[in-house]
Write a protein that binds this ligand. Structure first.
Ligand code: TYM
Length: 332
């Protein structure tokens, strides 16, 4: 029998998971659990490139694990772990730093955005972040990396670093493909449809998180920024707000844009916004309830991440040993 293909992805516990994190990433992860051997982690090493309150970071990391499970990622079928529990990430990250070029890292859009937002803390980690992300990926030799549109550039850089390394030392890394969904790969803020929905509340008053209560979610959708043309039509150039709401509705209901346009033909934005809000409330309700329940079972969550780290560590170690040998480190 052919071996299963491998899928891997991660999310930074730098803020509460949003509808964007769900529709852009997690939704696609859970659909693939039977088909692929899957690794999903909480990217805490990445989170500290921006200052975090330690207690909040700890809480959010465990909450994120509970949310992964509540979203349908069965820990028996998927390897779920905390990045810092698998030390090989930091180790391969260092090695790959030496194969990532200054020019390449300087061109990363996320580095440019984040340094503009955190002008008083443009640290080395923020700059070399993509080399660590390349390590996260390449340790597991995945075939696909399911991410939202904003992470595509980092996955492409990972491919370049892996190709460079393979060229120098012979086949070491599998070259992974980014896996980006057609609908939902870029969910925009409800308050500013020109900006990505962000995990951080300070950055985005127009976000909806997986743990928000129904009344708040409906309010967020009712006050979503749109235009004054009163016609539900998909036009991402000229009608960014409405097109974003249509994307969310398409992702939550499975309807096409043409079907949505017909459904709301001649109706005002109020009816449409309420329908989108309600579809999101129903989508998130079971996730919020299950995550809330799991958060009370600390022992279970700890056992899941312990088991996940053991399994991930075993695979990661194999790749790291191979890399150390290839670059010329003396074996222990
Ligand atoms: P992060 O934590 O910013 O986002 C996690 C995932 O959610 C997607 N996403 C979105 N998709 C659609 N619309 C949005 N508004 C939206 N916001 C977030 C992101 O594209 C991403 O897939 N560097 C990564 C974390 C990471 C990683 C990895 C990912 C670290 N190592 C290895 C894959 C493989 C990040 O900051 O994602």
């Amino acid at each position: 029998m052919d071996e299963k293909k491998i899928m891997l992805s991660g999310i930074k516990p730098s803020g509460d998971l949003t509808l964007g994190s769900y529709l852009g990433a997690i939704k696609h992860w859970k659909e693939r659990a039977d088909e692929f051997d899957c690794y999903y982690f909480m990217a805490d090493l990445h989170a500290i490139t921006v200052r975090q309150n330690p207690a909040d970071l700890r809480r959010r990391t465990m909450e994120q694990l509970a949310q992964y499970i509540a979203c349908g990622l069965d820990p028996e079928k998927n390897t779920l772990f905390i990045q810092s529990h698998v030390h090989q990430h930091a180790e391969l990250g260092w090695v790959l730093n030496c194969y990532a070029m200054f020019g390449e890292l300087s061109r990363m859009t996320q580095f440019k955005d984040k340094s503009a937002k955190n002008a008083d803390n443009i640290n080395g980690g923020l700059f070399t972040y993509p080399a660590l992300m390349a390590a996260d990926i390449l340790l597991y030799q995945p075939d696909y990396v399911p991410v939202g549109e904003d992470q595509k550039q980092h996955v492409e850089l990972t491919r370049d670093i892996a190709t460079r390394f393979n060229h120098l030392y012979g086949d070491t890394f599998k070259i992974p493909e980014p896996y980006i969904s057609k609908v939902g790969a870029r969910i925009m803020s409800l308050a500013d449809p020109t900006a990505k929905m962000s995990k951080s509340e300070n950055d985005d008053p127009g976000r909806v998180t997986l743990m928000d209560d129904p009344a708040f979610i409906l309010k967020q959708f009712k006050r979503a920024v749109t235009d004054c043309d009163a016609c539900v039509r998909y036009d991402p150039e000229n009608k960014k707000g409405i097109s974003n709401l249509m994307t969310i509705y398409a992702a939550t209901t499975g309807k096409s844009f043409a079907e949505i346009e017909r459904e709301f033909d001649g109706q005002g934005y109020g009816t449409f916004k309420t329908a989108v809000g309600e579809s999101v409330v129903e989508l998130l309700r079971p996730i919020r309830e299950e995550a809330g329940r799991l958060m009370k079972d600390k022992a279970y969550l700890e056992s899941v991440c312990k088991q996940g780290a053991e399994k991930a560590g075993y695979v990661a170690n194999k790749t790291l040993r191979k890399v150390y040998k290839r670059v010329g480190f003396v074996a222990k």
